[in-house]
Design a protein around this ligand. Structure first.
Ligand code: DGT
Ligand code: MG
Length: 560
């Protein structure tokens, strides 16, 4: 998925809006059950409250904070309505609904602005973070509205801080108007309320979102932001995660520095002394660039852009964090549940975004590993292609079986999880990533994916010779070694020793996988050239193979 970059502007004259939906899971659940509107509601996952509506927050007086055990919350507030939130589908769909509505509104507004000024529509990068956060860079749109003379120079909502920069103030005034109008539109369209923060950087916009909750907005004027940031906990800065925090704490303990890092000012005290500080923090974090970014955040300097990456998520996963999983039977059962969820989501994803995943990740965690799990990535079994691209329901069981086989093999090879071994897993997860467009393997416009392309080829050859007896599978071994094309019997798959034939010329293939692929690659190219000798069609055929030969494609996979 390509990422569109906004035209570079001076970072101090940008207008960025951060949206955060109010008590998101609870709002979505209540929208589907309007009779609960005024009741205290919590959303429960694995006996823990993951969020609650604002009625519950005020009635239970802090007793239903995130990750509170539901039993504890019920003791404090017996009238709580608990809703199971283990199925994320409604939240995922609502999230997509909101982003789609935001994009539609921005596009309309940009078109209107362009029509008035007779120019190209201004581009607003829109970046979704998680389910309920969205960043929008409205600089171009706000400037265009200012040029068109239609925008009132007034702040909407709360204003925090100050600025002496008149141009920035005007820009943020218009951005606050845009934010207000967009929020009103979203509330009317989705019945979900949200907060907004408006500032010249993602960091300050994000901090502003949380200043007036719920259903309100705040403009953060940046002149004294550095002073304000010093008083915050460093964990309040987006980008200053658990890992960074823990590494610094460990370092301070080892170096006899007992001050701790309660506030951003403490971090600057330890590392704010120019290049030396960056180097020291870089050594602790293992990356000087990251150290510089962290110290910049502490000083209120955030140059990161809003990246418009489309609505499609970069990865999709399904996980099961369990108390204990000690037998292969249990592993297998849990895997099937998660893989079924993953495949179902990939099917919907394919329908929405016309793409398919190329990598499968298998994650696991053993008891005693704390929060740290291990993840391994291998090529995604190609059976998923028919599910994502051709939306074939009958292909689903095959895809699940194939992914399960791959996942079990990864667990055996990398984690030693197998029959006869003792293990205790507390996490099992499967994920899909590295998406490519479903038509990236289109075989000369004949079919939708490469496996179908081969099957189609084979069928044409077979029907020509009137001796069709089996089907062709494009599959790979669990370890990622591709058994590129295997002829199978109608009852069971062929063993590696079985005869393999080229789906294009039908000749018997010898040698290892790469040699076979090499042959098919050549055959494929020559058959393309024969059918249509124009240079364009060869180019298209090559492009359809991802600009590489099949050989290099699969040898790359082997190297992974
Ligand atoms: P807000 O923004 O303070 O009005 O409340 P929420 O509920 O929107 O909280 P937020 O924005 O931090 O998170 C969005 C949703 O993500 C939230 O409704 C439930 C889910 N969520 C948040 N934190 C956790 C967590 O630690 N674990 C799990 N499983 N889900 C979480
Ligand atoms: Mg939220």
């Amino acid at each position: 998925m390509s990422i569109r970059r906004k035209r570079q502007r001076p970072v101090t004259s940008r207008a960025i809006i951060a949206f955060d939906l109010d008590c998101f899971y609870a709002s979505v659940a209540i929208r589907a059950r309007p009779h609960l509107k005024d009741k205290p509601v919590v959303i429960v996952q694995k006996h823990l409250c993951v969020t609650s509506n604002y009625v519950a927050r005020s009635r239970a007086k802090g007793a239903v904070q995130k990750m509170t055990p539901v039993s504890h919350a019920l003791q404090k507030c017996p009238e709580l309505v608990c809703i199971d939130g283990s199925d994320l589908t409604p939240f995922r769909e609502a999230s997509l609904e909101v982003v789609t509505a935001i994009r539609a509104w921005l596009a309309d507004r940009a078109r209107e602005a362009a029509a008035m000024s007779n120019t190209k529509p201004p581009f607003c990068a829109c970046q979704r973070l998680g389910f309920d956060e969205v960043f929008i860079d409205v600089t171009e749109l706000a400037l265009s509205e200012i040029e068109n003379g239609g925008a009132p120079f007034l702040f909407r909502g709360h204003v925090f801080g100050r600025t002496d920069d008149d141009e920035l103030r005007r820009l943020l005034m218009v951005a606050s108007q845009l934010s207000h109008q967009l929020r009103e539109y979203l509330i009317a369209k989705t019945q979900l309320t949200l907060c907004a923060g408006i500032s010249h950087s993602k960091q300050l916009a994000k901090l502003a979102v949380n200043m007036n909750k719920p259903n309100d907005q705040t403009v953060f004027l940046p002149d004294q932001s550095a002073e304000y940031l010093k008083t915050l906990s460093p964990r309040a800065l987006q980008g200053f995660g658990h890992g960074t925090h823990d590494k610094i704490i460990t370092w301070t303990k080892h170096n006899g520095k007992h001050e701790g890092i309660e506030t951003v000012a403490d971090v600057l005290q330890l590392f704010g002394d120019g290049q030396d500080g960056i180097r020291r923090l870089g050594t602790i974090l293992g990356n000087e660039q990251h150290a510089l970014h962290i110290l910049n955040l502490c000083r209120g300097v955030d140059h990161t852009e809003v990246l418009d990456s489309g609505d499609a998520p970069k990865s999709i996963s399904a996980e099961d964090s369990c108390r204990s999983c000690t037998t292969m039977e249990d592993v297998s059962r849990r895997l099937v549940v998660q893989i079924t969820r993953l495949v179902s989501r990939l099917r919907s994803d394919g329908q929405l975004f016309s793409r398919r995943p190329r990598a499968l990740s298998v994650s696991y965690r053993f008891r005693g590993d704390g929060f740290v799990g291990t993840s391994r990535s291998v090529p995604m079994p190609t059976e998923i292609v028919s599910v994502c691209c051709s939306q074939q329901n009958k292909a689903i069981p095959k895809a699940i079986e194939s992914i399960k086989k791959t996942a079990l093999s990864v667990l055996k090879e990398h984690a030693g999880v197998q029959e006869g071994r003792t293990f205790d897993l507390t996490l099992l997860a499967v994920g899909a990533s590295n998406f490519s467009d479903s038509d990236s393997f289109k075989g000369n416009g004949l079919t939708t994916d490469i496996s179908e392309f081969f099957i189609g080829k084979a069928k044409r050859i077979d029907s020509g010779k009137k001796k069709s007896s089996g089907t062709l599978h494009h599959s790979q071994t669990p370890t990622g070694v591709s058994n590129h094309v295997q002829r199978t019997d109608s009852k069971e798959r062929s063993t590696p020793e079985a005869e393999v034939r080229c789906p294009i010329c039908n000749s018997k293939l010898s040698g290892d996988n790469l040699m076979q692929n090499n042959h098919i690659d050549k055959c494929l190219k020559s058959s393309c050239t024969k059918r249509d000798k124009s240079a364009g069609s060869v180019k298209r055929a090559r492009k359809s193979l991802g600009t590489r030969t099949l050989d290099s494609y699969f040898s790359k996979r082997l190297q992974r």
